[in-house]
Design a protein around this ligand. Structure first.
Ligand SMILES: Cc1cc2nc3c(=O)[nH]c(=O)nc-3n(C[C@H](O)[C@H](O)[C@H](O)COP(=O)(O)OP(=O)(O)OC[C@H]3O[C@@H](n4cnc5c(N)ncnc54)[C@H](O)[C@@H]3O)c2cc1C
Length: 416
């Protein structure tokens, strides 16, 4: 799905701007919201010009684009959309192949298997030296650098430093390439940072920690929000989260990210367990069919026994849950317990960029010639509270903005 703040990229820019401000609790910088909302439709047109097919979801009130054909589809059914990492005939892979092919055909240079590890000022004062390791090991001198490494979700040390003391125990719901080199390099240049403690992700079955068939889907968000969240001992975890992303952040920042079980009843299993507006695999029936953890019992005492919890504590917790204002009652047997884990897809904070994607210095103004885009950049999802405003749409739109800014920067510095 390609969207900005859950709206299509070709939505009226003023409406997109309002949505960006609202979704980030007003924490996005207004010039950043203005540039993102203003350029989003350009990114959509660019995708189509590059040969990427997207279709808008006409059933939604906010018809965002889907890269076509989708990985999951209600009509094909979840069984046919097994979580294969490579699926050459489906939209995401077709998109990447189209973009790579076009880039190379236009004479673009690409050095795969090469990792940028350091950026430092060039000794002659004209730009930067970038150290690259791996297949294309080299030291490159350049006037400008665009950092777009995708975030630091695969870096245990950075996760524990910024997200939570044990956030590295969460499931990495992504490729292991987001090792935070960009953040590390930009911190060494004294970049200002924002929102480093927050991540985007979904709740997943704890079995996903040992079985790849249980991630990235089915997401356990709805069950986790509707059911009672119980800790290892059987105590109710009181919280006020209303989204899966909120729950992921709550648990990822806590002392025991892996210690949670969600308990719910038949009604929730049959309604929320089967519901997904996007056509992706749902817990009921994917959880059982893929052998994710799921315990079922006709009474709470037996369920507690299955889950190694004190029957008394669990019964008290369910009672406390049922007495919480607005909670969905756990009252219709059979009762279910599913061990869950926060899955981190990408980190939402990073070095702060301005509306041109220039990286801001913690000392003063922009760091000249240094740009960031996508999940490597901070500010677009707001700060400490913020919200989630998109992945691909944000990365692509800021990629185009950064390209224009770099071109302007080079023109200006050549003219000077
Ligand atoms: C399972 C899953 C489902 C998703 N679904 C959606 C969705 O439906 N809609 C949506 O909007 N978003 C979705 N996303 C998120 C989306 O994929 C990301 O937001 C987006 O890819 C971020 O783009 P990026 O360019 O910032 O980073 P990436 O796409 O991660 O690209 C970063 C690149 O930099 C490379 N790299 C890393 N470190 C270095 C280094 N030191 N030197 C050189 N290269 C380096 C990496 O290998 C990688 O190729 C999903 C993500 C996952 C994992």
């Amino acid at each position: 799905m390609v969207h900005i703040a859950w709206a299509a990229l070709d939505t009226d820019p003023d409406l997109l701007y309002e949505r960006l401000v609202a979704e980030t609790s007003g924490e996005i910088s207004l010039p950043l919201a203005r540039s993102l909302s203003g350029a989003a439709s350009k990114f959509r047109s660019w995708l189509h010009e590059e040969g990427v097919e997207t279709r808008q979801n006409s059933k939604s009130t906010l018809p965002w684009d889907i890269v076509w054909p989708p990985r999951h589809s209600g009509s094909r059914g979840w069984l046919e959309s097994q979580p294969r990492r490579i699926a050459r005939e489906l939209g995401p892979d077709l998109m990447m192949t189209a973009l790579y092919t076009r880039y190379l055909a236009d004479g673009g240079a690409l050095s795969q298997g090469t990792r940028a590890t350091a950026i430092r000022p060039a000794t002659d004062g004209t730009g930067w030296l970038v150290t690259c390791e791996g297949r294309g090991a080299a030291e490159l001198q350049t006037r400008t650098v665009l950092v777009a490494d995708g975030g630091f979700q695969a870096n245990s040390e950075l996760l524990c430093r910024y997200v939570g003391p044990h956030a590295d125990r969460c499931l990495l719901r992504a490729q292991p390439t987001g090792t935070g080199d960009g953040l590390r390099m930009l911190l060494s240049l004294r970049a200002k940072t924002v929102g480093l403690g927050r991540v985007y992700g979904h709740m997943l079955s704890a079995t996903a920690l040992t079985d790849d068939n249980l991630w990235p889907y089915p997401a356990m968000d709805r069950l986790s929000l509707k059911g009672a969240l119980i800790d290892r001992q059987g105590k109710l975890i009181q919280h006020a989260e209303t989204t899966g992303i909120g729950l992921v952040n709550l648990l990822a920042s806590g002392r025991d990210p892996l210690g949670q079980t969600v308990v719910f009843d038949r009604d929730v299993w049959e309604q929320d367990g089967t519901d997904d507006p996007y056509g992706s695999p749902v817990p009921n029936p994917a959880l059982a069919e893929r052998h994710g953890h799921l315990s079922v019992a006709t009474d709470i005492g037996s369920l507690a026994g299955n889950l190694d919890m004190s029957p008394r504590l669990l019964a008290e917790s369910i009672d406390a849950h049922n007495h919480r204002p607005g909670s969905i009652q756990i009252q219709s047997p059979p009762y279910y317990g599913a061990r869950i884990v926060p899955g981190i897809t990408f980190t939402m904070g990073g070095p702060l960029i301005d509306s041109t994607c220039a990286v801001m210095s913690e000392v003063d103004g922009r760091i000249p010639g240094i740009y960031a885009a996508g999940s490597a950049a901070g500010g677009v999802h707001g700060g400490p509270r913020g919200g989630y405003v998109g992945g691909l749409g944000v990365a692509g739109t800021f990629g185009l903005i950064a390209g224009d800014s770099i071109s302007d920067f080079l023109e200006r510095s050549t003219a000077a």
